[in-house]
Design a protein. Structure first.
Lengths: 447, 227
């Protein structure tokens, strides 16, 4: 034991904690069991876990809540989650619950998703009557609380439940599809608290009542909280067989699954034994696999991206150091990836934007960073600029596009021509823009 | 420096949170949480330490950890997904952050000061960030190629083929009715009060903005009363 560690302990562990000073082999032996445990799907806690949905159905039976059901008209596909429980993923009549980070920063995310829905003739609604989940702020700043998160959740999901009315449909016609990983994790957590706590339900009922957001005096809770990557997962084989136009067999793909997708309320994340042996969440990876790309597993797959919620904004030295060291460098050096795909807003922002700064420390690593749905859209012939909106990315997406056999320069020149049309007011839309606003008045100025 | 009674009051508030018993179930000091924690690699922070302090009810050191350590957590919840006891150190950190804000701790004010601009955007528009915030002058470390086609931001946003996304000051277009509903949620859940405790100036700006939007909405309701 060195004098130094005797005096100071190990950072973050308290003064009583001492460095073991193991050599590399001893350290390897001491920690191997942990690595074995974390590198595979862990289901050993399943028997001790309650399925919150059973309590949800009981509450509905008791007349306490209304459950927004996934009906036949939503054309659900059944998948398995962590412990082998069943989850139904609706594929039709979807209400887009947008992500503030995606819409503000990675708009090719929602546009690629809607482009696919158009290709399959799937009904959906995208409207202005939606707030963000506010969980990015909560996890970053601590300003907010369970009550505010629950009220926002129930407000947005109530709107999804009643949104069909103004278009001549019954309540429950459109089912919410959550675009953001943090919204997904947060909503699942809050749904759990709402089902477990009568006190919380009572508190938020007062708020929802004041907003006119109760149905028959009850709050509306969704049967499942569904992430867009789950929709893509269940549609992957149709995408590959009906829409794919580009051979992806020479593309090496690494996947970064969002922490808030599969680590928050972990029992609800989708797993599939045909995807990396069922040892990783299936979403994201399954799409790359279906497209025929080379899926490359890598040693730091389990690490977060370094986003940190507050850190990406006001403590960026942590964010960029972590993402460069644990994600970008590994994807480039170890996996030799042509692209790293993500399934969430924050991860893609973090990994896409924090590569250039690595040069300051001679870390000259770069990897194109895009979402699974953007990669799938490119493979199906979507325009890299008009639809996939790669112009908003900082990482070298042009390298990926060229390797896929698409001319970046031509696509860019075509888009620049299109911008002249846009300036003239000739804008192309994925859906009738009048459907977005309806009778609402719209906020004209931001803060 | 707080008195022991004040520190004890804060600890009692932490453990009175209804999530506390979900998030803390026991601890064998195995350290899996810290081994897998991104923040532990860069900060003087350990999720294991947070759990141990709470588990052993070490009131003074809990208060000490609330000064800085709790703000190092990246909220990835990797610790929670791996803990054999199903503890959630990240979840406990959120309870501690909420309490530190309610008590107006100076450390929380210091940490959150650079977050003010985002807070203003979020509380007033419901969007965490907007296209006009993600510009090279705000993020010089993101490099010169922050986007691949140069041009007027309004035109570039107009070229997104989705009506709700053709915005510059919000990530998507939010209806005024929606925003007003959100203000009610902030008010009724004590979020505005927390904000006032943290930053009175920011609170004043936000309060004025909200008042103005509510008036706009009242005017709209009045002018569309017969429809």
């Amino acid at each position: 034991m060195s004098e130094n560690t005797t005096q100071q302990g190990v950072a973050g562990h308290g003064a009583f904690f001492q460095d073991t000073n193991l050599n590399a082999n001893e350290a390897e032996a001491a920690t191997a069991w942990v690595r074995n445990h974390v590198d595979r799907r862990s289901v050993d806690l399943g028997e001790r876990m309650d399925d919150i949905r059973e309590h949800m159905w009981e509450l509905e039976k008791e007349g306490e809540i209304i459950v927004h059901r996934i009906a036949d008209e939503h054309k659900p596909v059944e998948v398995e989650t962590l412990f082998g429980w069943k989850k139904r993923v609706p594929t039709n009549q979807l209400w887009h619950h947008k992500s503030c980070g995606q819409c503000g920063n990675i708009p090719g995310y929602p546009t690629s998703l809607m482009w696919f829905m158009n290709k399959f003739g799937i009904d959906y609604l995208d409207e202005t009557d939606q707030t963000s989940c506010t969980a990015w702020n909560y996890h970053g700043s601590g300003i907010g609380n369970v009550e505010s998160l629950a009220a926002v959740f129930l407000r947005n999901f109530h709107q999804a439940y009643v949104s069909g009315k103004q278009h001549g449909f019954e309540n429950g016609h459109f089912y919410p599809l959550v675009h953001c990983g943090t919204s997904f994790g947060n909503y699942k957590e809050i749904r759990k608290y709402l089902i477990e706590s009568a006190e919380l339900r009572e508190k938020v009922k007062k708020i929802l009542g004041k907003l006119g957001r109760l149905v028959d005096g009850k709050i509306v809770i969704p049967e499942e909280v569904v992430h867009y990557s789950e929709w893509l997962h269940v549609m992957r084989n149709r995408i590959a067989s009906e829409l794919q136009t580009i051979d992806m067999s020479n593309i090496r793909v690494t996947v970064h699954a969002a922490c808030h997708y599969y680590k928050m309320v972990a029992e609800d994340a989708v797993y599939d034994n045909t995807v990396l042996g069922g040892n990783r969440t299936a979403v994201g990876t399954s799409v790359a696999q279906a497209l025929g790309a080379q899926v490359i597993d890598y040693s730091t797959w389990y690490d977060c991206c370094g986003f940190g919620f507050r850190h990406i904004i006001s403590e960026r030295e942590f964010t960029r150091s972590f993402t460069m060291n644990r994600k970008i460098k590994v994807a480039r050096e170890e996996a030799k990836a042509d692209v790293m795909i993500g399934i969430d807003t924050g991860c893609i922002t973090t990994m896409d934007k924090n590569q250039w700064i690595g040069k300051a420390h001679d870390m000259n690593y770069s990897v194109p960073i895009i979402a699974d749905v953007q990669l799938a859209a490119l493979a199906c012939g979507a325009d890299p600029f008009k639809i996939v909106q790669l112009q908003w990315h900082a990482s070298p997406c042009e390298d990926l596009v060229e390797k896929m056999g698409i001319s970046w320069d031509k696509a860019k020149a075509d888009f620049q021509e299109y911008l002249k049309q846009v300036e003239q007011g000739n804008v192309e839309y994925l859906y009738n823009p009048e459907l977005a606003t309806n009778q609402q008045i719209n906020m004209k100025t931001g803060a | 420096m707080a008195t022991y009674a004040e520190m004890k009051e804060m600890f009692d508030e932490i453990r009175a949170d209804f999530r506390y018993d979900h998030e803390l179930n026991g601890c064998l000091n195995c350290g899996i949480c810290t081994a897998t924690c991104p923040s532990a690699q860069f900060y003087d922070y350990s999720p294991r330490e947070i759990v141990q302090l709470l588990w052993t009810e070490n009131v003074e050191q809990i208060y000490d950890a609330m000064q800085e350590k709790i703000w190092a957590c990246a909220q990835c919840m990797t610790c929670a997904a791996r803990c054999p006891f199903k503890n959630s150190p990240g979840g406990l950190v959120m309870i501690m952050r909420e309490v530190s804000i309610r008590h107006g701790m100076q450390s929380a004010k210091d940490v959150l000061r650079p977050f003010g601009r985002v807070m203003l955007k979020l509380i007033t528009t419901g969007n965490q960030l907007s296209p006009d915030m993600i510009q090279p002058d705000h993020f010089p470390d993101w490099g010169p190629n922050i986007q691949k086609v140069e041009g007027d931001l309004r035109v570039l946003r107009k070229a997104i083929p989705v009506r709700t996304l053709q915005t510059v000051e919000t990530a998507w277009e939010v209806s005024l009715k929606t925003s007003v509903e959100m203000y009610t949620i902030w008010e009724m859940t004590g979020v505005l009060k927390s904000l006032e405790t943290m930053d009175e100036n920011l609170f004043d700006v936000i309060e004025d903005f909200i008042d103005e939007k509510r008036e706009d909405y009242e005017d709209w309701l009045e002018s569309h009363g017969d429809e």
